[in-house]
Design a protein around this ligand. Structure first.
Ligand code: APR
Length: 245
């Protein structure tokens, strides 16, 4: 998505999601595993330097991630966010590269850090291709003849969707942060991009109280279905009954 049509008759809930929302689908988070991502140091697989040094290692790594994600299923947390659309305008801004929000049925999903099911040209970033669950191999080329790479934002690269995400967040009436440590910039700036007067709810079993918000310290698959039922019944103006700390 590149822009958003605001529906004036509905409150707009912006969801900022990260790896923790997919944890209960069997996909590991980043910072819960000794600094390693599926047994690799991030610098060895998720940086432009890694790509220049050993593109086949990087392709193999993301091919494996794609197959892992293919086998995963959306969990009750992803599904709860779809229910929320019954009464609210909902925009999901995710740092995740998986497609579990889409497979659950969320209608508006913006991927800040790219999408594992897409490839793009190494010559022209505008050339993006749907891969489905197919692998990318050395020698697979774009229409301009250059090697394809995963459509992923690596460390040290620009985040082209950030300005769109920032603009959308400014129109929020409620922000729900779920399953992200908010340690990676610029995604971490989004929670404060929302209007100062609106409420923030943080769903994360290990959340630290860094910002003024309602904290639900429980796994997303437990906490989000309950939160969504509450919001559908009571609306967003009185959050005193959501069970937050
Ligand atoms: N429900 C909710 N939150 C959970 C759950 C769960 N079941 N399990 C873990 N968490 C929380 C953790 O407590 C942690 O705070 O999810 C958060 C995951 O944080 P990170 O591993 O840092 O993941 P994320 O914030 O998505 O990482 C951001 O870093 O490596 C990069 O580009 C990568 O998009 C990624 C970015």
């Amino acid at each position: 998505m590149t822009s958003l049509e605001i529906k004036p008759d509905k409150a707009h809930i912006v969801i900022l999601s990260g790896a923790g929302i997919s944890a209960e689908s069997g996909i590991k988070t980043f910072r819960d595993s000794d600094g390693l991502w599926e047994n690799h140091r991030v610098e060895d697989v998720a940086t432009p330097e890694a790509w220049h040094q050993d593109p086949e290692l990087v392709l193999g790594f993301y091919n494996a991630r794609r197959q892992q994600i293919r086998k995963a299923e959306p969990n009750p947390a992803h599904l709860a966010l779809v229910e929320l659309e019954k009464a609210f305008q909902v925009t999901v801004i995710t740092q995740n590269i998986d497609d579990l929000h889409e497979r659950a049925g969320s209608s508006t999903v913006l991927h800040l850090h790219g999408e594992i099911l897409k490839a793009r040209s190494t010559l022209d970033a505008r050339l993006v291709y749907n891969l489905g669950h197919n692998d990318i191999h050395a020698g697979d080329i774009c229409d301009k003849g250059s090697q394809l790479r995963p459509h992923i934002v690596w460390f040290g690269e620009d985040v082209p969707m950030y300005p769109v995400a920032h603009e959308i967040t400014q129109t929020a009436d409620l922000v729900i942060v779920v399953g992200t440590s908010l340690q990676v910039q610029p995604a971490s700036f989004l929670a404060s991009a929302a209007p100062a007067h609106i409420a923030r709810i943080v769903v994360d079993p290990k959340a630290e109280a860094n910002v003024p918000a309602f904290y639900l310290r429980a796994p997303a698959g437990e906490a989000l279905p309950k939160l969504v039922s509450y919001l559908l019944e009571h609306g967003i103006s009185d959050l005193s009954g959501i069970g937050a700390e």
